[in-house]
Design a protein around this ligand. Structure first.
Ligand code: SN0
Length: 311
């Protein structure tokens, strides 16, 4: 693997999931692979799991890790040809080349603006690093995608499923803030690439990009969609059509124990308790969110391993 900016960068998904599960059983088997190699992680936004699990993954492979909260550095310009006489101190063209001399792999987290759809869809920040860096790039959640989370979710479902083709439902949840579509987008793409019977349910107006959902069934009736589900992935996202808007926060869409039935509950975290899902679900054995978070390490580790092997 050269870069991991999108799910399609995975050459063989089922083999990669198997490899991640093997790494989980024996995390230090390749502790020499990353020796004297450095991962630089750049954060434009907050992080808990991504930061800690990716650092742990890199260290399991013997790598050195440097973390930069980019907002503490110089304010970066991304527009080509910009006349930089305002508040931006350094162009990404220069920064990316410089960082590439300190890093063997660069990982970037850069959320969307949720105001400028075209700019967000162009993945300006992530793609600027990809263009100007001379080392591989890993996406730690960009404007439209969170492929490391989706890989952890794929590992989790593979480990826990009792069926060859489980029914998985992606269910929208209310939220007070406008959140990205990134996690939902990547989850949908990942499920489409697996042997999964996927259904999406959300209120009208919260349709995701149809270039991503393609022919995946969308049901506006949550109760119907949830019938006989094996896994229910709950996530809020802001409107894609009415870009970045919170159209409403309909409490009826909160996940409850009654609605969940016998399914396993999934969420990428962080989540707002008793807004997105009631405590009774999260505090029950049906919740697999802590296992999902653990798998973030092995998702990152398998990606780093495949990139290191290709350096
Ligand atoms: C992010 C999102 O994309 O939805 C990161 C998820 C991994 N979530 C949030 O920003 C939640 C913020 C909040 O205040 O609840």
């Amino acid at each position: 693997m050269r870069n991991y900016t999108k799910i399609k960068d995975i050459q063989n998904l089922s083999e990669t999931i198997k490899e991640a599960i093997l790494l989980k059983m024996n995390p230090f088997e390749f502790s020499e692979l990353g020796k004297n190699k450095t991962l630089v992680m750049l954060f434009f936004n907050s992080s808990l799991r991504t930061r800690l699990s990716t650092e742990k993954a890199a260290k399991n492979l013997g790598m050195n890790v440097t973390i930069l909260n980019v907002n503490d550095a110089w304010n970066l310009e991304f527009e080509d040809g910009a006349i930089m006489n305002m508040d931006k101190s350094e162009h990404v063209k220069d920064a990316a080349q410089v960082i590439s001399q300190y890093a063997d792999i660069i990982a970037v987290r850069a959320f969307p603006s949720l105001t400028d759809k075209a700019k967000d869809e162009s993945e300006l920040i992530l793609n600027s690093f990809k263009k100007h860096a001379t080392v591989p790039i890993i996406n730690m959640e960009s404007a439209t995608a969170h492929p490391l989370q989706a890989l952890a979710d794929a590992i989790t479902i593979t480990e826990l499923t009792e069926k060859a083709k489980p029914k998985v439902v992606l269910s929208w949840a209310p939220h007070p803030k406008a959140l990205p579509q990134a996690v939902a987008n990547s989850f949908v793409e990942m499920m489409q690439a697996m042997e999964i019977d996927l259904t999406i349910t959300h209120p009208e107006g919260y349709e995701l990009n149809d270039e991503i959902t393609k022919d995946t069934p969308i049901n506006y009736n949550q109760e119907e969609a949830l019938k006989e589900a094996d896994f229910v992935y709950v996530k809020n996202w802001s409107s894609y059509k009415d870009y970045g808007k919170v159209l409403h926060q309909d409490k009826n869409w909160m996940m409850t124990k009654a609605k969940l039935g016998h399914a396993k509950f999934m969420h990428c975290l962080p989540l707002r308790r008793n807004v997105v899902v009631e405590d009774a679900v999260l505090d029950s054995d049906q919740s697999v969110v802590i296992k999902q978070a653990n798998n973030r390490t092995y998702a990152a580790q398998v990606v780093l391993k495949q990139i290191l092997e290709n350096l």
